[in-house]
Design a protein around this ligand. Sequence first.
Ligand SMILES: Cc1cc2nc3c(=O)[nH]c(=O)nc-3n(C[C@H](O)[C@H](O)[C@H](O)COP(=O)(O)O)c2cc1C
Length: 350
Amino acid sequence: MLTLFDETKISKMNLKNRFICSAIYEGWAVEKGHVTDELINHYENLAKGGVSTIITGFAKIMKFDQPAPNMNVIYDDIFIDEYQELTNKIHEHDTNIIMQIVHGGPKWGPSAVEHLVTKTIPKEMSKEDIKEVIQAFADAALRVKKAGFDGVQIHAAHGFLLSMFLNPYYNKRTDEYGGSIENRGRIIFESYEAIREIVGDDFPVLVKVNCEDFMDEGLNFSDSLIVCDKLSKMGIDAIEVSGGSYSSKEGEGPIRGNVEVKENESYFKEYAAKIAEMVQVPVILVGGNRSFNIMTEILNNTNIEYFSLARPFICEPDLIDRWLSGDKDPAQCKSCDPCSGVNNCIQILN
Ligand SMILES: Cc1cc2nc3c(=O)[nH]c(=O)nc-3n(C[C@H](O)[C@H](O)[C@H](O)COP(=O)(O)O)c2cc1C
């Protein structure tokens, strides 16, 4: 029988258990683009709590792109030394740290289609813009490696730029970056290729993708399977399966309310299980993972190998140590019943 405390490997990275802290943008992570003591303390606190691997909140790869205030940044070499300080601290606790890199895309998009929620209309990217973004992903990944991170995760989920390219509602292009799923996925495949080329074969490169966008004309599951299959064949080291975005239908985004989580834990498990059946690389399930027993059951009845959690670690950074000590009560998002959404999480973090 497999257990959640098995020691495993993703590429050459050792994991002391199967629990991962999924990316959590904190909003106070950096001040004027620089690493702060709060940031280091926050991640060190998590590392002390027993999780095998921390994925940082999203870090921007281009200076002008700003999907959220005070987010992590990795668009310039000047940030390498500061993040080296962070990774050194986390490694003292026998914990891996992976940086998630993103292009937010509020100003740039695959097509000039009004965003359903923000009502902004992005500039339709030229092919030169696309090449610039691909290069920025590669340059950022190299900085991530130089800063001592154990791996890099490409954020291709939740409606940010790469996810918008996958989404036929937002991507109306008629060139090789639009139309078929092979074309809509091309910017992701080319970004992955450019990253791999620059970081080498041994450095773990992961991706976070949506199983579905949960909106009319969004990315559907059969297309998501094609993207995962292709990335697996290209050599991606692990796929984190999420779903939805701000444009999703009510209640169907990546962060679902506590009521739904209680009734329907691990809410993307059917999708992730099908992806894990098909691909040749480890699959990480995210979204509503709360109970030790349910995750153990999924681990033993599907090919899903890892479980990432976000909100439980906001309330209880040492959750994994509690479980390791034998206290297996489910994690609780204690202050948020019913769930008030991401803003409430950010208030708790502050
Ligand atoms: C405050 C907050 C910030 C988040 N920031 C990110 C992020 O930077 N990148 C990302 O991919 N997902 C982000 N997420 C989504 C989580 O990684 C995760 O996919 C989602 O919360 C579902 O997992 P959970 O039910 O364990 O919270 C964030 C979630 C929360 C609550």
